[in-house]
Design a protein around this ligand. Structure first.
Ligand SMILES: NC(=O)c1ccc[n+]([C@@H]2O[C@H](COP(=O)([O-])OP(=O)(O)OC[C@H]3O[C@@H](n4cnc5c(N)ncnc54)[C@H](OP(=O)(O)O)[C@@H]3O)[C@@H](O)[C@H]2O)c1
Length: 427
């Protein structure tokens, strides 16, 4: 049985590790904003990272942005480095939950997961790297279960909106939902937008190593999920979507992998009917297709070689046509950006046998919210952590390595997200 300690036996409910990173700084602000939502209206938290000076600057900045001067003096700083296991152990011993913002996770993630499991701290991350996420499940699930620790990956924009969106759609459908497609559109607003270099690097090394993901998956030795309803056809690599009225490509992030793992968990745990899932992203008009093809070809070519990867890492802006930058988006750009996931599902209405005939019901739902990487991600991560602290009885009975959908299916996470601007609705 897992145990979420919210009493004084550990000094901090939350420790934000990597608080000085581009994303970490916004996680710090989100924690400071929502501290009153902690257990009994109180949240003890600290920031952690390898440079005390940078962490002081982050607290200074958060204090001035939020008009909370007390952050400068009241939030403790823990110095911890991924390269120094003792420092990680010392950090983990002090935390109920570690919010890990140190990536790329393929390079820096495992020692933090290990230290959390060994020292009894729950671990949430914002990784969108299937290889890291699935690797942690393979290597640490049993130990985490034994120790009563929850390791919950992909708690940012990758992949909470998609994973919880699938659960929400399933819940809203009156009958048995069997297949679902999501279409993501991002509105960058009048000031444009971009993604910070940290995610670019995670993508480069992830694509370069995609072969190993296949062999890792074989090691799970899974039986195929039972197939209910007609097989969901994969769309092409580029097509015009009538659903979102623009050209569309398969979504390249972790959502399909995370959703599939959640569906497997729900089948095995609750004997649920699995939902087949396809994820797509809108790219706009013809101009963007040309840019994407050109950037995609260069990326696929360069990512295979060390010299090519070095080039990509060195010049994110050039090779991504400005989508990824070393500076990241400005606060003004972030304010005017938003995302929208439209889910289109089919299934069998109540009373109809899903093993017979064609689906006769349809549903369309939306998950929409603010800028993906640095507004929605901190909201999702922090609400996931607050859910653990406030609703421990609704989590899976034992510890282990879980997806957000598996961990939070029985909690009020969707309501919490809704309250904070990540909204779920049926249309
Ligand atoms: N799920 C999502 O939608 C989403 C959204 C945003 C980001 N992310 C992911 O989050 C990760 C971070 O992205 P970012 O843009 O914030 O990157 P970043 O600005 O480069 O931040 C990386 C952080 O890791 C820290 N770090 C590096 N090596 C370390 C070590 N040896 N010990 C301790 N800390 C170390 C850095 O510390 P220093 O400050 O001392 O250098 C920094 O705080 C990436 O994997 C990215 O893909 C995911």
């Amino acid at each position: 049985m897992a145990n979420v300690l919210t009493s004084s036996s550990r000094p901090y409910h939350l420790v934000i590790f990597g608080a000085s990173g581009f994303t970490g700084q916004f996680v710090v602000e989100e924690v400071a904003r929502t501290a009153s939502e902690g257990p009994r209206g109180n949240l003890n938290w600290a920031v952690a990272g390898r440079s005390r000076q940078k962490l002081e600057q982050v607290l200074e900045q958060a204090a001035s942005v939020l008009g909370k001067p007390e952050l400068r003096t009241e939030v403790d700083i823990i110095v911890a480095d991924v390269e120094e296991p003792d420092s990680l152990a010392a950090m983990c011993k002090q935390a109920v939950i570690v919010l890990n913002c140190v990536g790329p996770y393929r390079f820096f993630g495992e020692p933090v997961v290990k230290a959390c499991v060994e020292n009894g701290a729950h671990h949430l991350d914002i990784s969108g790297e299937p290889q890291f996420l699935e690797g942690m499940q393979l290597n640490y699930h049993n130990l985490a279960a034994e120790k009563g620790v929850y390791i919950i990956g992909s708690c940012g924009f990758d992949s909470i909106p998609a994973d919880m969106g699938v659960l929400y759609t399933k819940e809203q459908f009156k009958g048995t939902l069997t297949a679902l497609e999501s279409f993501l559109t991002v509105d960058a607003g009048p000031d444009g937008g971009c993604i910070h270099d940290g995610t670019w690097q995670s993508a480069i090394y992830g694509f370069a190593d995609s072969q190993n993901l296949q062999s890792l998956r074989q090691r799970f030795n899974y039986k195929p999920l039972p197939s209910v309803g007609p097989k969901l056809k994969r769309r092409g690599t580029l097509f015009y979507s009538n659903e979102i009225q623009q050209y569309t490509v398969p979504f390249m992030g972790s959502d399909p992998s995370v959703v599939k793992r959640t569906q497997r968990f729900l089948v095995e745990e609750n004997q649920d009917t699995p939902v087949q899932y396809g994820a797509y992203a809108g790219i706009g008009g013809i101009g963007n297709i040309i840019k994407l093809m050109f950037a995609g070809m260069m990326f696929w070519f360069l990512v295979k070689f060390t010299f090519g990867r070095n080039l990509l890492v060195k010049h994110p802006e050039f090779f991504s046509f400005g989508l990824f930058t070393k500076a990241g988006p400005t606060r003004k750009q972030m304010e005017s950006s938003s995302f929208r996931f439209a889910f289109y599902g089919v299934g069998y209405t109540e009373g109809l046998d899903p093993t017979q005939g064609k689906p006769n019901g349809k549903i369309c739902t939306l998950v929409q919210g603010p800028e993906c990487g640095y507004v929605a991600t901190p909201i999702a991560l922090v609400q996931a952590a607050l859910t653990i602290l406030n609703e421990s009885k609704a989590l899976p009975k034992s510890g282990g390595v879980y997806t957000p959908g598996a961990a939070f299916a029985k909690t009020t996470l969707i309501k919490r997200l809704d309250k904070h601007g990540i909204q779920f609705s049926v249309i």
